[in-house]
Design a protein around this ligand. Sequence first.
Ligand code: 6PG
Length: 335
Amino acid sequence: MSESSYCGFVSCTFPCHLTATLRSASLNTFKSCFVKQKFVKIRPAKFLSKPFVHHFVMSTTTTKTRFIESDFSVFRISQNAEELAASFGGYFVEIASKAIEKQGSFTLAISGGSVLQYFSKAILETAGRRELVDWEKTFIFLVDERYVPWDDPQSNYGQLRKFLRSSGIEHKVKVFPVNTSLSLEEAASSYEQDILSRQNEQDFIKVLHQPVKYQVEAVPAFDLILLGLGEDGHTASLFPNKELLGETKKLVGYERNSPKPPLERITLTLPTINHAKNVAFIVVGKGKAEIMQRLCEDHSVQYPARLVVPIFTRKEWFVDEDAMSQVAAAQDAPQ
Ligand code: 6PG
């Protein structure tokens, strides 16, 4: 099989035990798997465009969740909430365990909205997964926060605390809230200090590794950043056509006029998000089908989620069939 074959869409079915390998496999590993499995079908690429999905190299099926991979993304398409929880849960536990094994701690940043709910369902409310994470060595930051008091129902920190409390691990895990009693500007810069002081030497990515467009001196490397996706393509509190999208120096920024209420928000910036060791989106439901299609098939960079291009890893997408129902490539992947 020639190198160029891999630039086309590749479709095949692998036994379940191979999927873990395939998830993190390099192109060479794909090649040897294909050869061993007498892989059969190659079709020309006919869909997704640069840079979001440059070209797909393969798709595969497990008994439950389907996978599609590209240069920039890995999509795990689940049929229902239980499958999504299992798929995301396995991924989360693996990253947390590896980080703790390697550096003695796991630093997570989590978004608000439905992401918090899926996180709670997949990890906190499922004893079999919750107990696999060493919460005393886990540090949780918020990807973004609504500028409201902690006891306001809109507060992401308030929601997170509620979920941690009801799963009985609130006393174990260290959560870093945004101090919303400060002015908006001060709250953002104080959160930046919290992030910097939590990171130890080995967690910093030095300036040398940064793309030219970022001008931060040292960037914290979160072990995992969990993102949601708005119907207008926003992620975190990074909204279309906002100045914050061009931030190159600050690790944390603020938004005074968010199109999604509440108006005022604090958020990690793109330099911070793009230096994370792992970045995953959770996107579920028919309501997200149109924006998923646009992100996958439209060339323009008007969608903030498209500007999430992690430097050291691919984006992982935990999605359901409904969210992918308008994406042509997802229809082509084996059922
Ligand atoms: C917040 C967010 C935001 C969210 C998206 C998607 O508002 O707190 O962090 O970026 O992730 O708006 O929200 P849903 O998943 O609830 O639709």
